[in-house]
Design a protein around this ligand. Structure first.
Ligand SMILES: O=C(CO)[C@@H](O)[C@H](O)COP(=O)(O)O
Ligand SMILES: [Fe+2]
Length: 219
């Protein structure tokens, strides 16, 4: 059964705690927190204080996606703030292996993300060191973008690599995920679906949106 990780990037920040509680009550599995620094991506979002503020609000794992340069400088502070999963971008850290070890030794699960144009070969030598492989299916920086179709084929290749090198690692797909493509993503190997606008945007309530996504993912 795939896990669903609503991304709070599309939540109403004036009511963030309520939105997270609504997602948890509706059966979300993880809460996805997009951290952006205005350098790795052309947008600035949130940092330690938001993770810290959300920690007592939910029992769900906080899945922190760092879209920042030199994430190794900050991973320990995110873990101390309450992150359960910390994902860094392969394009943003010079010593990928060391950074993954740093995340684990700080006490969190380690994730590695790749942008849509980054070769999947990057995963080959580090899959054994990570708990989560994050495949970006949009260019990182913003919610509400359209899913890049080529990501489907990349997902299949990543799943084959994962099965061969480290079957324990989960594959997370992030960007443009919704009821229209959830089943296909699961079929091709996704274990965790991140969804921002499909959960917190649109016309339905968070509960309605999440259940539509869950139904689609399990179809
Ligand atoms: O990391 C990112 C964007 O860079 C994502 O986690 C987005 O927040 C996903 O938003 P939707 O595409 O689901 O609206
Ligand atoms: Fe994300």
């Amino acid at each position: 059964m795939p896990l669903i990780a609503p991304s709070i990037l599309s939540a109403d920040f004036a009511r963030l705690a309520d939105q997270v509680r609504a997602a948890e009550a509706a059966g979300a599995d993880w809460i996805h927190v997009d951290v952006m620094d205005g350098r790795f991506v052309p947008n600035i979002t949130m940092g330690f204080v938001v993770v810290e503020a959300l920690r007592p609000v939910t029992r769900l794992p906080l899945d922190v996606h760092l879209m920042i340069v030199e994430p190794e400088r900050y991973v320990e502070r995110f873990v101390a703030a309450g992150a359960d999963v910390v994902t860094v971008h392969v394009e943003a850290t010079a010593h990928v292996h060391r950074t993954l070890q740093l995340i684990r030794s700080a006490g969190a699960r380690a994730g590695l993300a790749v942008n849509p144009a980054t070769p999947l070969d990057w995963f080959e030598d580090v899959l054994g060191e990570l708990d989560l492989a994050l495949l970006m299916s949009v260019n990182p920086g913003f919610g509400g973008q359209r899913f890049i179709p080529r990501s489907l084929e990349r997902l299949e290749r990543l799943a084959a690599l994962r099965d061969r090198v480290n079957p324990e690692a989960r594959i997370e797909v992030d960007g443009g995920v919704g009821p229209g493509n959830a089943a296909e993503l699961v079929r091709r190997g996704a274990d965790v679906l991140v969804a921002g606008s499909a959960v917190f945007g649109g016309d339905g309530t968070v509960a309605e949106n999440l259940s539509a996504l869950r139904d689609a993912a399990q179809a």
